[in-house]
Design a protein around this ligand. Structure first.
Ligand SMILES: [Zn+2]
Length: 132
């Protein structure tokens, strides 16, 4: 079975769950106030959207990570991460564009961000404070 057959590569909600497992080992953490209590799931909204009771901020696990502020579904991001980290000689933006069927601009943005995270060794490689 191909490693790319893992369900979280093909389903956005499962991709969120996968990233949440990796980044929030003890449950959701509010990126605004750092709170862990009274965080509820925002139903009917975007995939993986949470709401912090104390500060009323809505957020997903992507806030503060290299996956933030992108229209590309998280499962496609995880495919790009897999391709880039499993390719011994590296992979070009053009290859990412062709394999994932995204525009060159999107592919370039993704490879740039992923390389940034690989260099830092952390998905939370970007420091930002703005809305989801
Ligand atoms: Zn909060």
């Amino acid at each position: 079975m191909s490693t790319l057959s893992a369900p979280y590569f093909h389903d956005e909600a499962l991709a969120h769950e996968e990233l949440e497992r990796r980044l929030w080992s003890t449950g959701p953490v509010c990126p605004k106030c750092g709170g862990r209590n009274r965080i509820t799931v925002s139903r009917g909204g975007r995939v993986g959207l949470y709401r912090c009771g104390p500060c009323k901020r809505q957020f997903t696990v992507k806030v503060g990570t290299v996956f933030e502020s992108s229209h590309v579904p998280l499962n496609v991001w995880l495919q790009a991460v897999h391709l880039m980290t499993s390719s011994k000689k590296g992979i070009s933006s053009h290859q990412i564009m062709r394999i994932l069927d995204v525009t060159y601009k999107t592919a370039w943005f993704m490879t740039h961000r992923i390389r940034e995270a690989m260099t830092e060794g952390d998905w939370r490689a970007i420091e930002q404070d703005h809305a989801v």
